[in-house]
Design a protein around this ligand. Structure first.
Ligand SMILES: Cc1cc2nc3c(=O)[nH]c(=O)nc-3n(C[C@H](O)[C@H](O)[C@H](O)COP(=O)(O)O)c2cc1C
Ligand code: SF4
Ligand code: SF4
Length: 252
């Protein structure tokens, strides 16, 4: 077994680590950006694949990852795990349908609610106490799903036809263009001090330092990793001002 995740602000990494370790203490847990990922997929029959939901869809980097490794999925048994701030409808189903197309067997789907990662919008913001409770509830769900899986029963969150309709018309259809590719909408503001942290964190290598300032490219996958870590709060994406940086270590 192997746990593979894409994680912007740490939520998905945390969930995949907890679930995978409880199911198989010796399993590797790796980010999908890791260089030897194809070899690791080849070596493992059972895969737990986790990612954050964006507008009831999978992040474009995850879609590309599944497609670019399409010959490797044949015969693999995959549990699809989606973390989300509130609602996705069929978050797990989005990758499950794609993986099935490439010959994978879908073991199940799991949805886990976590703190919202959109740092520059107040929409889903919660208090510290509320976020702590959300993480405790996530822990409970992961632990109970672990017992279920050990009994041979996989959760089926997001795999049903009704979930598909809810995900599609609840959000995905209306916001489809947001996740149909990478975006050039990342904004780096004047107060950037050129520390380079965003450059080293970006999974897309979408930020460069030029003349002592960070400069954004056109291949952002909207993960919010740079936004949530910039010491100057100088980066925004969907909004124009950082409201609160999403940092999981404050909620555990
Ligand atoms: C661009 C973007 C869009 C999002 N859209 C949704 C959404 O449609 N529904 C939802 O419940 N959460 C949404 N979220 C929240 C994240 O899915 C959630 O916070 C997730 O746990 C973040 O995981 P990570 O820390 O591993 O990146 C969105 C986050 C981002 C950055
Ligand atoms: S992390 Fe912030 S301050 Fe540092 S280089 Fe990036 S934008 Fe500038
Ligand atoms: S630019 Fe920032 S938000 Fe976009 S992919 Fe890179 S780290 Fe993520």
């Amino acid at each position: 077994m192997i746990g593979i995740y894409f994680s912007g602000t740490g939520n998905t990494k945390y969930c995949i680590k907890r679930l995978t370790k409880q199911l198989d203490a010796s399993a590797d847990i790796v980010p999908l950006e890791q260089k030897n990922i194809a070899a690791l997929i080849q070596k493992n029959d059972k895969i737990i694949l986790g990612y954050p939901i964006q507008f009831s869809n999978i992040p474009y980097i995850v879609r590309e990852f599944i497609k670019s490794n399409q010959i490797l999925w044949k015969g693999k048994k995959v549990l699809c795990v989606a973390t989300m701030g509130a609602f996705s409808g069929d978050g797990a189903g989005c990758s499950a349908r794609l993986l099935k197309r490439y010959g994978a067997e879908i073991l199940g789907g799991l949805h886990i609610r976590m703190p919202d990662s959109v740092c520059d919008s107040k929409l889903l913001k919660k208090s510290l106490e509320q976020n702590k409770r959300i993480v405790m509830e996530a822990n409970r769900k992961i632990d109970s799903v672990t017992c279920q899986i050990k009994d041979g029963r996989y959760p089926k969150n997001g795999l049903h036809f009704v979930s598909h309709i809810l995900g599609l018309f609840g959000q995905r259809f209306w916001f489809y263009t947001k996740t149909a590719g990478y975006t050039d909408k990342l904004k780096i503001h004047e107060n950037c001090i050129g520390c380079g942290m965003c450059v080293s964190l970006c999974p897309m290598k979408n930020i460069l330092l030029q003349n002592g300032k960070a400069v954004a490219g056109k291949r952002c996958t909207m993960c919010y990793r740079c936004v949530s870590h910039c010491p100057q709060q100088a980066i925004t994406l969907l909004g124009n001002e950082v409201k609160e940086q999403c940092r999981l270590d404050r909620y555990i």
